[in-house]
Write a protein that binds this ligand. Structure first.
Ligand code: ATP
Ligand code: MG
Length: 171
C-alpha cells in the first residue's frame, strides 16, 4: 500500500516530519508531493522546490527513513482537473493524507480514501509561524528538524526572507 502526503513545506517543519514518519511506518511507501513547486522568493513561499526537496530528504535520511518518493508539482490553477494533474506525475497511491479542506474535497470527489493525520503542536509547528519568527528575529530553529536548520543556513534563507520584506518606500 502506498500513501500520498501533500504540502508546500515553506519550510518543512516538525509537524510535517512527525506525520510523515508515522505514515512511513504504516505504509510500504510514502509519496510526498511538494506543492506550488514553481514558487520561490515570495514572503509566503520563500524556498525553491529544490531547497524544499533537500529539507525533506535530509531530515528523513537523518531518521533512517528511505521508503518515500518526493515529487515536485507546479500549480495549474484549475481545481477541477488538479487531481488528474497530480496523478500524471506521481506513482499510484491508495490513500491520501491531508488536513487541507480543498485537497480533501478534490481527492474524495475522484474516489480516493482521504485520512486526516493528527496535528502536532499546530500553534508553533506552522510554516506561517516559522516565517513570522524568522522575520521578527525570534528563535525558530526548535520548530524544524536539524537538517532543515542546516539547509536554511546554507542558502541564507533568513536573509532572503528579510530582503523580500524590504520595500523601497518610507513608512
Ligand atoms: P503554511 O502556514 O505556510 O500554510 P503549514 O504549516 O500549514 O504552512 P503546509 O505545507 O501548508 O504547512 O501543510 C502541509 C500539510 O501539513 C497540510 O495538510 C497541513 O494541514 C499539515 N500540517 C501543517 N502543520 C502541521 C502540524 N503541526 N502537524 C501535523 N500536520 C500539519
Ligand atoms: Mg498550510
Amino acid at each position: 500500500m502506498r500513501a500520498l502526503y501533500i504540502g508546500r513545506f515553506q519550510p518543512y517543519h516538525n509537524g510535517h516530519h512527525a506525520v510523515i514518519k508515522e505514515i512511513a511506518s504504516q505504509f510500504d511507501e510514502v509519496v510526498i508531493v511538494i506543492g506550488s513547486a514553481q514558487k520561490s522568493h515570495e514572503l509566503d513561499d520563500p524556498f525553491t522546490a529544490g531547497e524544499r526537496y533537500l529539507m525533506i530528504s535530509k531530515s528523513l535520511r537523518d531518521d533512517g527513513i528511505s521508503n518515500y518518493y518526493i515529487v515536485p508539482v507546479i500549480d495549474i490553477n484549475r481545481n477541477a482537473v488538479w487531481v488528474s494533474h497530480v496523478e500524471s506525475l506521481i506513482p499510484p497511491v491508495n490513500v491520501v493524507f491531508t488536513n487541507n479542506a480543498l485537497v480533501e474535497r478534490l481527492f474524495r470527489e475522484r474516489g480516493y480514501e482521504v485520512r486526516k493525520p493528527p496535528l502536532f503542536n499546530r500553534h508553533e509547528y506552522s510554516g506561517t509561524e516559522i516565517r513570522r519568527r524568522m522575520l521578527a528575529g525570534e528563535a525558530w530553529e526548535d520548530l524544524v528538524p536539524g537538517a532543515v536548520v542546516e539547509v536554511i543556513k546554507e542558502i541564507d534563507g533568513v536573509g532572503r526572507l528579510r530582503d523580500l520584506a524590504r520595500t523601497d518606500t518610507f513608512k
